[in-house]
Design a binder for this molecule. Structure first.
Ligand code: BTN
Length: 256
């Protein structure tokens, strides 16, 4: 184990050279869901960039209403508050995916819209939620990274993985948390300057680009070849039946 495997806010903040993301860092031993905790800070625009971490969650949740399970101190469970953000939610979703994949490093890839995979298994997930508050619009970016898990059971056995399983060594979660905040700030700034750079990075990390995929969109099945991603309209697919269609993340899931 690294010397300081327990997470402490001052150790995460030490040497953190960001100006916005991680401007305040809070660590909970146990939380319901870091996304729920951080939502309570969204009435004050001064909390922009706040990062909340937890060693464990009792009500962690993922996309599409699924539970996000994590044994204590084995993961990074993080939420970041973005107040009055310029980027759209679809672009934020791409930004977050690139930032998390870069935090974990090679050979992490992205499965649209924002699952992070290693060797085809999910190592991290992102839950982006929005809230209207008296301080303006708030985005809550929830990120879960599997770090020290030695195995997964049940149906997760064939679909989930951790950094330990893939690399065979215990990572330093403090360093990873700090890197996550730095990557997030960097890619948010990149998007403000030129969103095309984020899209290019996303496409380079994508497992789907130029591959055949099948998706369920509004309960209908579509097959075709993924040819790109649009920050506003979603995944771009050349359908087998002819024509090009956009698939928005909120209404779509990839089944193959
Ligand atoms: C997914 O892939 O379905 C998204 C998973 C997101 C999990 C993280 S863990 C920290 C934050 N708090 C939550 O309750 N969920 C997110």
């Amino acid at each position: 184990m690294p010397p300081h495997d327990k997470l402490y806010p001052d150790l995460i903040s030490k040497g953190l050279n960001t100006s916005r993301i991680g401007s305040k860092v809070i660590v909970f031993g146990s939380a319901t869901s870091t996304n729920d905790i951080i939502a309570k800070y969204a009435d004050d625009a001064n909390n922009d960039g706040l990062a909340v971490f937890a060693e464990e969650q009792t009500q962690g949740r993922g996309r599409n209403g699924v539970k996000w399970l994590s044994s204590s101190s084995d993961s990074i469970l993080c939420s970041v508050l973005l107040m009055n953000e310029d980027s759209s939610s679809d672009l934020l979703s791409l930004i977050a995916a690139v930032a998390v994949a870069e935090t974990i490093g090679e050979p992490a890839t992205i499965k649209w819209p924002n699952d992070i995979l290693i060797n085809g298994k999910k190592v991290a997930g992102i839950l982006l939620e929005s809230k209207s508050t008296k301080a303006g619009g708030a985005y809550i970016l929830g990120i879960g990274i599997n770090c020290h898990q030695k195995k997964f059971s049940g149906e997760l056995e064939s679909t989930a993985t951790s950094i330990y399983i893939e690399r065979g060594n215990i990572c330093d979660r403090t360093i990873l948390c700090r890197r996550l905040l730095i990557e997030l700030e960097g890619w948010l700034e990149e998007a403000n300057n030129n969103a095309a750079v984020v899209i290019q990075a996303w496409q380079e990390l994508s497992t789907q680009l130029n591959h055949r995929i099948t998706l369920i969109h509004n309960k209908r099945k579509f097959s075709g070849t993924c040819v790109g991603v649009d920050p506003e309209k979603g995944l771009i697919v050349e359908l087998d039946r002819g024509g090009r269609q956009f698939f928005a993340a909120a209404q779509t899931s990839i089944v193959k």
